[in-house]
Design a protein around this ligand. Sequence first.
Ligand code: EPU
Length: 423
Amino acid sequence: MERLVIRGGVPLKGRIHVSGAKNAVLKLMCASLLSHEPCCIRNVPRIKDVATMCDVLRSLGARVDWRGSSLWIEVPDKLDYTAPHELIKSMRASIQVMGPLLVRLGKVRVSLPGGCAIGDRPIDMHLRGLRALGARVWEDQGYIYAQGERLRGAEIHLDYPSVGATENLMMAAALAKGKTTIQNAAMEPEIIESQEFLNKMGARIRGAGTNKIEIEGVEELGGADYQVIPDRVEAGSYMLAAAMTGGDLTIEGAVADHLGAVIHKLLEAGVELECLDRETIRVRGTGLIRPFHLRTRPYPGFPTDLQPQFVALATIARGISIITEEIYNNRLKHVAELRRMGADIVVEGQTAIIRGVGRLSGAVVSVPDLRAGAALVLAGLAADGETVVEDVGHIDRGYEGIEGKLAAVGAQIRREGIEERAC
Ligand code: EPU
């Protein structure tokens, strides 16, 4: 088991670079399944979730090669239509292969994803959308099956702007016959990435970034070469690293347009921010964090993927902050770990009431899930003394080289237990 050992209290200073967006890359990899020609995705982070998606695509028969930070994906005419249980189990995003496989092969079999560390996460909207496109969808012995020789465009209204359902349906509709409209679509920047990538492949999609997406089905899709946007959650996490250590970080790959709600909250908390250009933000911690209230919402609201990190920030504020998680029903597991570091937090339902304690003290903590892990690293960077963050594997799912990047701006952080992996 690997762990991060952090000696806290050092203000971080310098420039830090944000990697490509995990939640865009994973979907573009799935979209590549629609192409008869090779696709190249650039600026891909070397993280565990991307490695898992490489395994998913390979298990289906695709060829996936790294060239530097680019992924080349080549998909043969003959593909397997089954996404294996082991891979779906380790990463829910693998259900995004459903739309592309169905429309390309006329059938698909995907292991039914179970519960998840952060909540129930059903996929009913994905399935209803595929049915609306004319597929027959059923469940049997832990697998979901979908079948439909030529999908037909349809009017789809999502009950909720689900990111995954919007993307799955965009991919399926890209090769369906006729026009599809997705109403109440998710509006995240990653959805725009899917649109741009698919359009480069020859799809006819417009409206991504708004709540109405229109897709004119085409006969076939070709290759694409595409550079992915920086990861807004990683950027936000490093913005907090500066704020919480009273540091001064210039974050390259922090796109202000994607971080509106986050910037707003940081200003409210008294953090100094300066947008140096479209993709660079300088963040200075003033040493005094003001308390704040926030609720997570679909984009452009405050992102749930930064909620745990903001709970960490609130633990050292001067006053009481209130943070409500609205997207997931079990995403407050970091609270128990932060309490081990001296945080004063009461949980009522999905709301954390945080009485800032000024300073945290180092402790041994264990990572329950990806973003909670980032929150614990931030808490460790700000705390007095030594923090040992165990179960770091969760963090490696979504943060490329986190300890290297933080050490380069002055953090006293090291990874231990690597020799066990080598065995
Ligand atoms: N939902 C349903 N039915 C559905 C689909 C979603 O009830 O058919 C519910 C979910 O249970 C959840 C909410 O709707 O409570 C939001 O789910 P959504 O489909 O929008 O999320 P997702 O596509 O499963 C992506 C990101 C998550 C991020 C959410 C919300 C990827 C691979 N994952 O998940 O990222 O939290 O959007 O922004 O893109 C992370 O990176 O740590 C992460 C969890």
